[in-house]
Design a protein around this ligand. Sequence first.
Ligand code: AMP
Length: 283
Amino acid sequence: MKIINSIVHMQALAIAPEREGRRISFVPTMGFLHDGHASLLREGRKRGDVLVLSIFVNPIQFGKNEDLDSYPRNMDHDCRIAEACGVDIVFIPTAAEMYPNGFQTGVTVRDISLPLCGASRPGHFDGVATVVAKLFNIVRPDVALFGNKDYQQLAVIRRMTADLNMPVEIVGMPIVREADDLAMSSRNAYLSQDERLSALCLSRAVKRARELFAAGERSVAVLVRETRACIEQEAAAAIDYVEFRDDATLHELEVADSGTLLALAVKIGKTRLIDNTVLGEEL
Ligand code: AMP
């Protein structure tokens, strides 16, 4: 397994497989890897001849008062997981090389970036789209894998690659959960023991909404009320949003249907967590 820091070195390594007709699969991450990331890597291993993992805590997708400086990092642990998943190249660029003095270009995916996490984190998806576009130009993947856990991020990236005719297949992968159903996230490391228990209200709320939908409830107003009530039972939880939206456009809905997205963001203490589900979709 090669560990590469320099952008030109990574670009040079990506050219050979392209010439030889070997497929590159790519999994971009911010590191502190868990089984959710590993599921993407394992699928990437199956879909390509060369598997590239990037680890980059992208400063331009963090707001001023967010957790850029405290974001958890552990390169040794990440490299062990990468090795076990059959990664060929770990690309770990520096922020100084990704965003040198004079950098001034950004990618904005307009409407789909605005609601949900985009409303609470202005500019976040511009940062995500810009870094993913840069990484695609550096790694030149044939296929790139992303988790449904960050549902809106995946929707933004699908839109960007279609709109800009990027020659890469985007694959979305199911949410990987802990044994007690908490969606795996690098940010779970911030939770105290008590908060870790409180955080279960997110997956409980998702489950409750799925049950109501399965029992025939279709009114979004009722689904929102019940889902919020489930979270509000937890004293340590502060709801950022609970929304039911079209799974492709992320437009608002009044009536839920099979395929409707439930997305939610909740603060547990200082830690902001997200979860989602597509109603009627098998888990
Ligand atoms: P991150 O390191 O948090 O930026 O995530 C890197 C990639 O892993 C993104 O495509 C995420 O959606 C995906 N991911 C993170 N957590 C999970 C999870 N629990 N299940 C599946 N994919 C995940």
